[in-house]
Design a protein around this ligand. Structure first.
Ligand code: NAP
Length: 520
């Protein structure tokens, strides 16, 4: 168990919101909007940074964009009629997030620059005591963890890395003070992020060496600007934008059926190989770019300009493994030294245990590390046995398929609101998923995943933990997840009430009560 941060004078000021949300990415803000819509205004949202946006605030690398169509990568309850393109870029997505925050008057609920560092469940009051880095305490009936699943940059410990004398940074922590013009740049990694920024920096940098460990499957991205006619149509006839959304929904939904039944993947592989053949005439380069595992095993790259960028005269694809870093570059296993002024790590995120370093202590003193000793596990990706009154958004095995994560998040927001409704109906002060229900649920889930391409496709992706167990994917379509999260099953939970705690059962307060709170 990690130690509780020391109390400071500031901790004397205790706030007691009914619901405490952690994180102001699309999940946390969505939770806030859904609570307001359900009549709950007594909530606080903690944000460690000084602005909203989560991953879309953090990732600012050139070319950063979404590979899910914008009509599907936005809240269904807050559509954006003005998306400039089919697939929006990061600045436009961040603007959308800021705009909906303002439109829903969420700022008054958010405590910026406030990092939650400790969560302890108080069995006397059925409340969570949440402490922040500055020592402030929040005592909340409900905690919603919305701090994202891809937010801890994975920085590999490659031999000699500390010797390198040039600039080195991770794609999620892009150093905009480094001017790449005329520099020799080495990129490590060829996943979704790298495939987006490599075409952007090629041509600015004097030379780019791309270190590929495994080839990724690539499919075309149906991106284009949305026309002024389409914008007018969306405004005048909102159902037409819903039709676009429906089309995007099924575009993401249908491949999931093949991911779950890999024998149907042939069509997707043929399409990807055809694109590779069309875009890469050189058979030697083509062979290097042909993956040796089944399509869908890792997230497919949707890009039209990645292969062309790799064929520029000032870009080299290096497939010999990285042997070591030197003062002036990277030496590959074939003995070549690739001189570099700047190294950019497109090496993804740590997903093994997203709460690994968190101090979360549930019922009976159990820590999240103890609960997840054998790997991250939850019920419907939202509740964990031993941690009453705590909900996770994008928790274990709720995403990582192909459906827009926003769709998954919305299903979870609905589920959490329904759980709060169930607690109120039962006059419960405590709601905890039953351990046996969670175990049986996960046995079924991992049995299904065992047959999916994510587990059997012959690759190791961030969906799998170090034991090879899939801790990210939902073993079904988005539709099946939506269905599973319509109503919480009362039988799946232990619902109890402390006699003295009954008065703490949520009674929605007038909106002004929430807004009047001061920032911490
Ligand atoms: P990623 O897909 O995990 O890719 C990491 C890359 O780094 C892989 O090519 C990996 O090689 C390589 N790598 C990692 N450690 C390495 C090492 N020690 N030596 C050499 N190479 C190494 O990470 P990402 O590109 O940041 O994307 C992560 C996820 O973020 C995506 O799957 C996606 O869900 C999300 N994302 C989404 C968008 C979007 O448009 N919505 C954009 C960017 C990211 P191997 O393949 O061999 O492991």
């Amino acid at each position: 168990m990690s130690s509780t941060p020391a109390k400071s004078e500031a901790s004397e000021a205790v706030e007691t919101p009914d619901v405490l949300i952690v994180g102001t990415g699309l999940a946390g803000l969505g939770m806030a909007m859904k609570l307001l819509a359900a009549g709950h205004s007594d909530f606080v949202v903690l944000e460690k940074a000084d602005g909203v946006g989560g991953t879309w605030r953090e990732n600012t690398y050139p070319g950063c964009a979404c590979d899910v169509a914008s009509v599907m990568y936005s809240y269904s309850f807050a559509p954006n009629r003005a998306w400039s393109r089919m697939y929006a870029a990061q600045p436009e997505i961040l603007d959308y997030i800021k705009r909906v925050t303002k439109e829903h008057d969420l700022d008054s609920h958010i405590r910026f620059n406030t990092e939650a560092v400790s969560y302890e469940f108080d069995e006397e009051t059925d409340r969570w005591s949440v402490r922040t880095a500055s020592g402030r305490e929040y005592r909340a009936r409900i905690v919603v963890l919305a701090h994202g699943s891809l937010h801890q940059p994975s920085v590999p410990d490659l031999p000699g890395m500390s010797r390198f004398e040039g600039k080195l940074f991770h794609s999620a922590q892009w150093d905009h003070s480094v001017d790449l013009k005329g520099k020799r740049v080495a990129v490590v990694g060829t996943g979704s992020s790298a495939a987006q920024f490599i075409p952007e920096i090629a041509g600015t940098a004097a030379h780019v060496d791309v270190f590929q460990r495994s080839a990724h499957w690539v499919l075309p991205k149906a991106d284009r600007p949305l026309s002024s006619f389409e914008h007018k149509m969306f405004r005048a006839l909102p159902f037409t934008q819903r039709l676009y959304r429906l089309a995007a929904y099924w575009t993401h939904e249908v491949p999931v059926l093949a991911f779950l039944n890999p024998r149907f993947l042939g069509l997707l592989e043929t399409a990807a190989l055809r694109m590779l053949e069309k875009q890469v005439p050189d058979p030697v380069l083509r062979a290097k770019l042909t993956p040796d595992y089944k399509i869908g095993c890792k997230r497919i790259l949707l890009t039209n300009d990645y292969y062309p960028a790799l064929q520029r005269p000032d870009v080299d694809l290096v497939t010999s493994p990285i042997a070591e870093f030197t003062e002036s570059g990277i030496k590959s296993a074939d003995g070549d030294l690739h001189e570099a002024d700047v190294v950019i790590l497109g090496t993804g995120f740590s997903t093994e245990n997203r709460c690994a370093s968190e101090h979360i202590v549930g019922r009976g003193g159990i820590t999240i590390q103890e609960a997840w000793r054998e790997g991250m596990t939850a019920h419907l990706g939202t509740t964990v046995a031993g941690f009453p009154n705590m909900f996770m958004l994008m928790g274990p095995n709720s995403g990582g398929g192909a459906q827009s994560i926003l769709f998954v998040i919305e299903a979870q927001l609905h589920y959490v609101v329904e759980c709060l409704r169930l607690m109120r109906a039962r006059r419960a002060t405590r709601m905890e998923v039953r351990a046996d229900v969670q175990r049986a649920f996960n046995a079924r889930l991992h049995d299904k995943l065992g047959r999916s391409v994510w587990n059997t496709g012959g690759c190791h992706s961030w969906f799998l933990d170090s034991t090879g167990s899939n801790r990210q994917s939902w073993p079904g379509t988005g539709t099946s997840y939506w269905r599973a999260t319509r109503r919480p099953d009362p039988q799946a939970f232990v619902l109890s009430a402390r006699p003295e705690g009954r008065r703490l059962v949520s009674v929605p307060r007038p909106a002004a009560a929430g807004r009047a709170r001061k920032r911490g």
